[in-house]
Design a protein around this ligand. Sequence first.
Ligand SMILES: O=P(O)(O)O[C@H]1O[C@H](CO)[C@@H](O)[C@H]1O
Ligand SMILES: [Mn+2]
Ligand SMILES: [Mn+2]
Length: 406
Amino acid sequence: MARAFLFVLDSFGVGGAQDAEAYGDLGANTLGHIAEFCAAGIGDRAGLREGPLTLPNMSSLGLLEIAKLATGDYPAAMPMPERVFGLHGAANEVSRGKDTPSGHWEIAGAPVMFDWGYFPTEGDAFPPELVEAICREGNIAGILGNCHASGTEVIARLGEEHIRSGKPICYTSSDSVFQIAAHETHFGLDRLLELCQVVRELLDPLNIGRVIARPFIGESPETFARTGNRRDYSVPPPEPTLLDRLVRGGRSVHAVGKIGDIFAHQGVTRVIKATGNHDIMQASLAAMDEAAIGDLVFSNLVDFDMLYGHRRDVPGYAAALEAFDLMIPDIHRRLKPGDLVILTADHGCDPTWRGTDHTRERVPIMAFGPGIRSRSIGIRSTYADIAETIASHLSIAPGPHGRSFL
Ligand SMILES: O=P(O)(O)O[C@H]1O[C@H](CO)[C@@H](O)[C@H]1O
Ligand SMILES: [Mn+2]
Ligand SMILES: [Mn+2]
C-alpha cells in the first residue's frame, strides 16, 4: 500500500490541443509562450526576475520532453536537464469546457460530457428575470456590472459606485460562472457569502457551473484589492469521482486550497484552507507528513491562473513557475517508499493570448516517486488517466473512464 499526492498547477497548459481551433485557441501555449517571451527578454521585470525561463526541477521531471510531445517543439532557451526521471507525458481534455471544474473533475475520473450554461457576450449578460429574482431573494437594490469582465478591472471601474450604492458587482467570463464582487466591510463578507448561496439556487436551472464570491478591500481604484476570502459554490460533479471512491473505501482525502470548493465538498474528508502558492505549498507539505497509507493529498495552486494567466502577466507567471520549481525538492524530501506524486494542470491560460480567458491546451503530466522508473507515457486521450493511475496505485477498483499509465 502507498500514498498519492496530486498537485494541479492551475492553468499551466503546454499547448497542442487538437481541438484548440474550435475554441479560438489555435496556437495557444502557456508554457511555450512564456518561455518564448522570457528568451526574447520580454519576461523581465526589475526586482522580480530576468532572462530565460529556468525550471530545473520540472525539467528533470520531463517538462521539456512533454512540451516537445505536445507541440513538436522544445520551449525556447530552457536548458536541457542532465537526465530525466519519472513518468512524463501530456493529456488531452475530453470535457467540453476549458474551465476549472471540468478540468479537475476529469483529472478525478469524471469527465463533463454535457454543455454548461453560459451567459451572452453581447448586451446584458444576465436575463432581467434572473436579476429581479436575485434582488428580491437577496434583498438588494440592484446590481452593477451585468457583463463579461476581468475581475480586477471591473472592481477598479465600479468599486466606488458599489460602495456608494450598496449594489454588488455581478460579472461573468467565457467560463460557466456568475461572479459577485463586493466590499468586505462596506457590503460585508457574510452578506456576500449569503447572497452567493441565494444566487447558486437560482442558477441551478440554467446549468451554471459556479457562483464565485470575490470580496475586496480598499477605498479607491488604486487601493482596491481582492482578499483570500474568495469562495466558489460549485454544482456537484456529474458522477462519483476518484475522491468519492477513495472515501467509500475508507481512505482520507486531504483537500488543499480550492479543491474542497471545486468538488462541492464531495469526497473530501479534510479541508485545508490556504491562500497563495507559497502557503498552499507549505500546507501541502504538512499534509504529506500527516497522510496515512492509502490516502490522497490533492492541492490546487491557483495563483498561476488567477494572478498571472487571467491578468496576462508574463513576468509574473514566469516568476511564479520559478518559485514553485524551487519548492519541488521539499516534495522529494517528504517521500516514503511506495509514494506517488503527480504534477499536472486543469486547462491553459496563456498570458500572451488575446482577451483574459482560459485557453484550450494539452496539460503536462509529471509522475514520480521512489522506485518509479523513467519513461514517456505519450499523449493520453483523457485527463481521467490520472485518476485511474492513482486508483491503481492506491489499490482501489478501476472507474469507468481512463486507463492507468503505471
Ligand atoms: O477575472 P477574474 O475575476 O479573476 O475571473 C476569472 O476567474 C474565474 C474563475 O476561475 C474565471 O471564470 C475568470 O473569469
Ligand atoms: Mn483552473
Ligand atoms: Mn481561471
